[in-house]
Write a protein that binds this ligand. Structure first.
Ligand code: FAD
Length: 308
């Protein structure tokens, strides 16, 4: 009950204004978000790298309704990538990008604007010596996002995609994307989706995740196992072994602030562990999805609001 309600308000401007205006929200947000400024992201990246992890940095923002906001997002990524390069972090840190933050939903030519903007970010990533992964948003964007991915990969074959195991279509998408050099981040999926397109029960989503993992691990691509679920992490290692994969031919990924000790443990076992690190002011949608994932986060959040 709580998850759909939180995901519904994650797109409500009124609730957004309320939550953002509450100063006590901040300490809870800080668990998941590096900070507002680029310096915060770089500092947190250095700390994660010192702990043996790799990083994918996300400049927070989504659903921009104005081309100038999309341009501002691109500029933020260009500054981020230049700073990553200058700080000598390009072999450890890449970026994750939401196409809706670079214009995908703009009423006129949104898809073209998003492609052009994503291309500018990819050019900057190539110049910095690192990579880009396209986040996946709700199911209404899946085909368009995979279309933009295909276009980008003509010039930048290292661009990564995210696939969401809760979507019924995803096992097929895994087959299409399990090709040489293809970087695919497999996650469960974080949006509110109808039963017509998405599995609704936890065990169905987990079973789909395992089917998708099998396809990715047996293929010639580069699977990125994005989950905090200990069972799925163990299954991924097992499937990788069955497929004759060594650590380094696939990687694990988790979110900043979620199971940090486990992140360091997995890295210490010789795996690539990449942490998804968001920074910036537009944290509301991201934060509400993190609350929806775990009821205990809501209790933690409400307690902090009550000042206890
Ligand atoms: P769950 O069954 O949800 O969680 C397993 C365990 O992990 C929980 O029992 C708990 O101990 C811990 N845990 C999980 N979430 C939290 C949390 N928020 N707070 C505290 N503990 C938690 N989704 C998309 O739809 N599109 C994307 O582009 C996308 N990118 C992602 C990138 C990365 C690197 C990761 C790790 C996730 C991404 N997600 C994305 C989110 C993903 O879809 C899931 O919603 C999220 O990872 C929770 O699923 P889980 O596999 O960890 O399993």
């Amino acid at each position: 009950m709580l998850r759909p309600a939180l995901l519904a308000v994650s797109r409500s401007a009124r609730t957004r204004a309320l939550v953002e205006a509450t100063p006590l929200t901040r300490p809870v947000v800080d668990r998941f978000v590096a900070g507002a400024a680029l310096d915060d992201a770089i500092r947190a990246t250095r700390e994660l790298v010192a702990g043996g992890c790799h990083v994918t940095v996300d400049h927070l923002g989504e659903d921009v309704a104005d081309a100038r906001d999309a341009d501002a997002t691109v500029d933020a990524y260009l500054r981020l990538l230049a700073t990553v390069r200058d700080a000598g972090l390009a072999d450890r840190a890449e970026v994750s990008v939401k196409l809706s933050a670079v214009g995908q939903f703009l009423p006129r030519d949104g898809e073209k604007i998003a492609l052009d903007n994503a291309r500018r970010i990819c050019e900057a990533a190539a110049a910095a010596g690192t990579t880009v992964t396209l986040d996946m948003e709700d199911h209404t964007t899946t085909d368009a996002t995979l279309g933009i991915l295909r276009d980008l990969r003509v010039d930048f074959p290292w661009v990564g995609a995210v696939l969401q195991a809760y979507l019924r279509r995803t096992e097929g998408d895994c087959r299409d994307l399990a090709t040489a050099g293809s970087r695919v981040r497999l996650c469960k999926g974080a949006y509110r989706e109808p039963a017509s397109v998405a599995f609704q029960r936890r065990h169905e989503v987990d079973a789909s995740y395992v089917r998708c993992l099998k396809v990715l691990m047996r293929g010639p691509g580069y699977p990125m196992v994005a989950s905090h679920d200990p069972r799925l992490v163990a299954i991924a290692e097992h499937l990788a072994g069955d497929a004759g994969r060594e650590p380094g031919s696939y990687e694990f990924q988790m979110l900043h602030g979620v199971r940090p000790r486990e992140q360091r443990r997995i890295a210490a076992r010789g795996h690539t562990m990449r942490v998804y690190l968001p920074y910036g002011d537009a944290w509301y949608g991201y934060f509400m999805r993190r609350l929806a994932e775990r009821p205990a986060n809501v209790v933690f959040f409400l307690r902090s609001l009550a000042g206890t």
